[in-house]
Design a protein around this ligand. Structure first.
Ligand SMILES: [Zn+2]
Length: 111
């Protein structure tokens, strides 16, 4: 399953055949067929391991820490994603956007 992540508003959207746009409007994308997606703007493509998600759903615990599943950032060069935007050029290290700095702060609080 492919999703897009917007580094500006932090929306995560499941891609569909009709184009979807994040809350701030800076990232968008859609499936072109069952395997291939086209994204644009600042969108960064994410993947979820389908089998891994199903297994985690089926073994959802009553309490505790929950069940992990496989999620990953799709590589810059991927045969299944066409990137018409500038998400691939965003720097997540070194020179960061204010939003990315805020995200790191938020993620740090949870650790
Ligand atoms: Zn956005």
């Amino acid at each position: 399953m492919k999703l897009l992540f917007c580094p500006h508003c932090q929306d995560v959207l499941k891609l569909r055949f009709e184009q979807r746009t994040c809350e701030c409007g800076k990232s968008w994308g859609r499936y072109e067929d069952e395997e291939h997606a086209r994204i644009g703007g600042a969108a960064v493509p994410l993947g979820i391991g389908n089998r891994s998600l199903v297994d985690a759903l089926e073994s959802r615990p009553a309490d505790g820490k929950g069940t992990t599943f496989l999620a990953f950032v799709i590589p810059l060069q991927s045969p299944s994603v066409t990137d018409e935007g500038h998400g691939a050029t965003l720097k997540f290290r070194g020179s960061k956007t204010r939003t990315l700095e805020m995200m790191e702060a938020l993620l740090g609080e949870g650790r």
